[in-house]
Design a binder for this molecule. Structure first.
Ligand SMILES: [Fe+2]
Length: 354
């Protein structure tokens, strides 16, 4: 296991082993993503060397960190994201073994990141360039929390409701901690019974959040109803239209967007433009709320102006201009020429390159 000196270079690295003080007190557990605060505290305790995960599989955080930094992410916010992911992992593991962290503890894991992303959008753009299905549950929870905050802002909701939406998105899938791992991670198609069990994560989530100390009713309702669709085709109740609270409709949009854009065990990720097209179609077909989807899709598309992408025919292009009428079919530059994807319906943006 490589040893490294305790200095600012350690920020963003992952501990390979549990770290104890001379008195045998656990200071930091294995897989902690080191922050500047950790480094300072280690120096104060006169710890000069620590073991660092070198093999990338050892610290998944490092793999993600390297990718985010490589894609131009800013170091401070990348560290913040990884730290939030690590805290999320620990909190979910506690729920897994039947413990119940308080809402306050969950909010602590998420809030710093949400505040940072609100100010700097660079990370958001990099989120969907990440490769690999590892840590999906934690990443998905964080991403949906961030997206819900963003959508609530776009809808001009008040600050209290915006921060409630962050927590609602962050905790919407907490019921999955009660679904057997073989089902959650199964690469192939689920059997009818397995799918029925998977759907139960909504009810489990409701039950968990109802028991949580200081939890808010809206959080439990969002966990219960985020798979409902306006036409009554969703689950668990098959509710329609205004029977589904607006907060749950927001989580539904954020959840679907992140699921489409991320690598999963059973599928590779799709580009945000393709995800936006799918959301738009769901809204036109009456499943998702167009009042939520429209501002969101426009906003997301704008974020990628200037980004490099690959088309479904393999050509590399740069996103130049987003159209108001069809944000998911932008004007792109292909080598020396401009191509308007509205006029080339067979082409679409397959993958963002950074
Ligand atoms: Fe879900």
């Amino acid at each position: 296991m490589p040893m490294a000196s305790v200095n600012p270079e350690l920020v963003g690295k992952v501990l390979a082993e549990d770290l104890y003080s001379d008195a045998g007190v656990l200071l930091l557990p294995r897989r902690t993503v080191l922050t500047a605060a950790h480094v300072n505290s280690l120096r104060k305790q006169r710890i000069t060397r620590v073991s660092i995960a070198e093999d990338l599989s050892e610290g998944n955080g490092e793999k993600i960190s390297a990718q985010l930094l490589d894609k131009g992410g800013d170091r401070e916010i990348v560290v913040c994201y990884l730290e939030a992911m690590e805290q999320t992992r620990r909190l979910f593991e506690r729920v897994d073994i039947g413990q119940m962290p308080s809402l306050h503890e969950f909010c602590q894991a998420f809030q710093t990141l949400a505040d940072q992303v609100g100010e700097r959008l660079g990370l958001f753009r990099s989120l969907y360039v990440l490769e690999g299905a590892d840590s999906y549950t934690y990443r998905h929870s964080l991403n949906v929390g961030i997206l819900c905050t963003l959508i609530a802002r776009l809808l001009k909701w008040d600050e209290e409701r915006i921060s409630l939406m962050g927590a609602a998105g962050f905790l919407h899938d907490i019921g999955k901690t009660r679904v057997p791992r073989e089902i959650l991670l199964k690469p192939g198609k689920l059997t009818d019974e397995e799918f029925a069990e998977m759907k139960r994560h909504t009810v489990y989530g409701y039950e968990i959040l109802k028991q949580m100390e200081d939890a808010h009713e809206t959080l439990a309702i969002c966990a219960l109803l985020h798979h409902e669709r306006l036409d009554g085709s969703g689950y668990p109740d098959g509710r329609k239209d205004e029977q589904i609270p607006l907060e749950c409709q927001v989580v539904a949009v954020a959840d679907m967007f992140d699921a489409i854009c991320s690598d999963r065990v059973y599928k590779q990720r799709t580009s945000p433009f393709e995800a936006a097209r799918m959301l738009w179609k769901e809204a036109c077909d009456g499943l998702l709320n167009i009042e939520i989807v429209s501002p969101f899709v426009h906003y997301i598309a704008q974020l990628y102006v200037g980004a490099k992408a690959r088309l479904n025919n393999g050509e590399e292009v740069q996103v130049i201009l987003i159209h108001r009428d069809e944000p998911m079919r932008p004007l792109v530059r292909r080598q020396g020429e401009f191509v308007d994807l509205r006029n080339h319906r067979q082409l679409c943006i397959d993958k963002m390159l950074g």
